[in-house]
Design a binder for this molecule. Structure first.
Ligand code: GUN
Length: 301
């Protein structure tokens, strides 16, 4: 039997509607509009799309989005200056610097400079520490979105074997951390695999919950998946795929695929997220949640 679809897009709409109500309530109570500053440096095409999605989602939720688009030649010093001025601006409640930054900019130095109270990505070392101790200010958006997906679909994580493929600071490591935490959406037994893991396929096959975030197109195949497993695909890979057109001729077309070979894995898994329409919309949704959380925290002081 084919897997059931975890509809990230639909769930994202539902959670965004909830956030919109919360934003309206906050504005009514405080007369303050939550504001998120989004900084994009350079011309990375994927980043441009992500940033546009974030801007649109903010506007729809009643959150003010302040866009800063800077040229690729921007120096670390110039970018630091912008981050510091946003830190000092009380009308800005959240700061997001879109990654990756162009070569020549010291990414860690920039992320370290963001006021941890405004760090809606939860990338600052202080916030990473707080997440790992189970007392977060902000939860990192993609892992948080995946956790919401599991919780709201009533997928039990407690006592389950969770395998995360990928060890990035943005997804893999914090995803492992959230699944490990005590409580709802946590209490799993977690393994993090990566490009240097031996027997990755065997380990993946033991997973009740398998999260693929390795950045390799269609990396996870059916033979790596336990029958009935929950498969969450974080990948967003643009590839050239050969198709046969209506005249019977072969041609190459652009296709967006995940880190999971959807067509084969859906025959084995119990649940699966599609790409697009799975994890992506939830990442943006949890960013909205975090921007509102930032505004609430800073106003309560
Ligand atoms: N680039 C890819 N994903 C993300 C994200 O969640 N936040 C930021 N700031 N950059 C990213």
């Amino acid at each position: 039997m084919a897997a059931q679809i975890l509809d990230g897009k639909g769930l994202a709409q539902k959670i965004r509607a909830e956030i919109k109500v919360d934003v309206e309530k906050f504005v009514k109570e405080t007369n303050i509009q939550p504001a998120l500053a989004v900084v994009l440096v350079g011309d990375n095409e994927a980043s441009k799309v992500y940033v546009r999605n974030k801007e649109k989602a903010c506007n729809e939720a009643g959150i003010k989005s302040l866009m800063y688009r800077l040229p690729a030649e921007t120096s670390s010093e110039e970018l630091l200056k912008l981050v510091r001025s946003l830190n000092d601006d009380a009308s800005v409640h959240g700061i997001l610097v879109q990654l990756p930054l162009p070569d020549g900019i010291d990414e860690q130095k920039i992320l370290d400079a963001i006021d941890p109270e405004k760090d809606v990505d939860s990338f600052h070392p202080e916030n990473v520490g707080l997440v790992s101790q189970g007392r977060p200010r902000f939860l990192p958006c993609t892992p948080y979105g995946i956790q919401q997906l599991l919780v709201r679909y009533n997928i039990e994580t407690k006592g389950k074997r969770a395998v995360v493929i990928g060890r990035s600071d943005i997804v893999g490591k914090p995803m492992g951390m959230l699944l490990l935490q005590k409580g709802l959406g946590g209490d799993a037994t977690v393994t993090i695999c990566h490009s240097r893991t031996s027997n990755l396929g065997e380990i993946a096959k033991q997973a009740d919950i398998l999260v693929a975030a390795i950045g390799k197109p269609e990396f996870v195949t059916a033979d790596m998946v336990k029958p009935g497993a929950v498969v969450v695909d974080v990948g967003m890979n643009k590839i050239k795929k050969e198709i046969v057109d209506e005249n019977g001729e072969k041609k190459l077309v652009d296709k967006l695929v995940g880190d999971v070979d959807f067509d084969s894995v859906k025959e084995v898994a119990g649940w699966i997220t599609p790409v697009p329409g799975g994890v992506g919309p939830l990442t943006v949704t949890m960013l909205l949640h975090n921007a509102l959380t930032g505004a609430k925290r800073q106003t309560a002081k």
